[in-house]
Design a protein around this ligand. Structure first.
Ligand code: UT7
Length: 332
């Protein structure tokens, strides 16, 4: 008899953690840097402040701090880890991977380690990947991290982008569980044809053609309005797919943790899905858009606030550069 999706999916989150840089950059400060206003940023995005990394707060360092907290919650040590997987587009080095730097710092010498690039969908892609490993080897202990320092990748003279992003990391320890608990369904998508609506070229040093051209390639470029429309439509589609896959009804959802890019995107998404706004966990007000880190930071916050109880149904969904998008359903 063929296995149902819920029989195959087994990833269970044993612990969560997050880490944020010390420095907080408010909308009021941004008013002194570019032609913008707290009023514009707040009403158009819902963002009031974001954390910006400094020395000793590189992507791998934030990732390592988040991972250490997740390990502590899971009651595990670094030596228990079999794999470290980091979703990031802003590691401080191109090689080695952020995951290898985390492995070194944690002393997780039994773990293999690598990064994956799915932009703001990095955590969801990573969860799906972790799930695939766990279908084969449910005893594995996987450290899944989303970590970014996009403050190093935005043009601080471009008001269209620099007000949106923030730095931070979120982590989960994932391992196998009995069928019917943990991750119940996941559906991922990509469409590279649309990449020019949201992209970041290689660093100037890597491309001689860009070497003398300020802001010509190394920073995030975005057609915000287009991205907004695709984000709502595609995330809504993915959510419907995972709900249909599991047979879970909207009123069974305890909490939806969407990628934290824009409060208006989340509102439109929920309206489209006819899910009450109060079911969404929203924290971009404090952190801005932390790309691959946004879902695991929110998950850790909700978890540490005691908002999640065993058996609760959680819905995660994200959209990002690539384009990439998707959704997952978890039984906590
Ligand atoms: O993480 C995944 C990918 N990212 C996203 O999901 C982001 C998706 N997009 C968005 O969140 C929104 O499109 C933005 C927040 C980026 C922009 O909001 P919008 O309501 O779509 O504004 P807009 O781009 O249509 O711009 C409206 C006006 C423009 O002026 P004009 O042409 O109407 O005179 C912009 O130049 O707002 C202007 N503007 C600003 N004004 C003050 C753009 N950025 C700013 C700013 N401060 N920071």
């Amino acid at each position: 008899m063929p296995l149902l999706p819920t029989d195959k999916m087994k990833s269970f989150i044993l612990g969560t953690g997050s880490a944020l840089p010390v420095r907080i950059l408010t909308n009021a400060e941004l008013e002194t840097m570019v032609e913008t206003s707290d009023e514009w940023i707040s009403t158009r995005t819902g963002i009031k402040s974001r954390h910006i990394s400094g020395a000793g707060e590189e992507t791998s360092k934030l990732a390592g701090r988040a991972a250490a907290k997740a390990l502590e919650m899971a009651g595990l040590t670094p030596l228990d880890l079999d794999l470290i997987l980091v979703g990031t587009i802003s590691s401080e080095m191109s090689m080695p991977s952020c995951a290898c730097l985390v492995q070194k710092d944690l002393g997780a010498k039994n773990a293999f380690a690598y990064d994956l690039n799915a932009a703001c969908c990095g955590f969801l892609y990573g969860l799906d990947m972790a799930d695939s490993y766990l279908c084969r080897r449910p005893e594995m202990k996987i450290m899944l991290i989303g970590a970014e320092t996009l403050s190093s990748r935005v043009d601080w003279q471009d008001r269209n982008t620099c007000v949106l992003f923030g730095d931070g990391a979120g982590a989960c320890v994932v391992s196998g569980a009995a069928p019917g608990s943990g991750m119940l369904a996941s559906k991922l998508h990509a469409d590279g044809n649309l990449y020019k609506l949201l992209y970041m070229d290689s660093a100037r040093g890597m491309n001689p053609a860009l070497a003398n051209a300020r802001n010509q390639g190394a920073f995030i470029k975005m057609s915000g309005r287009d991205v907004f429309k695709y984000a709502v439509r595609t995330m809504a589609g993915s959510v419907k797919e995972v709900l249909a896959q599991t047979g879970i009804k909207k009123d069974e959802i305890k909490m939806i943790i969407p990628h934290q890019a824009n409060r208006r995107i989340i509102n439109s998404l929920l309206e489209h899905l006819a899910i009450p706004a109060e079911k969404a966990y929203v924290n971009m007000t404090k952190y801005g858009n932390t790309s691959a880190a946004s879902i695991p930071i929110a998950l850790d916050e909700a978890n540490r606030k005691g908002l999640l109880e065993p058996g609760d149904i959680l819905l995660l969904c994200a959209f990002g550069g690539g384009f990439t998008w998707g959704a997952a359903v978890i039984r906590w």
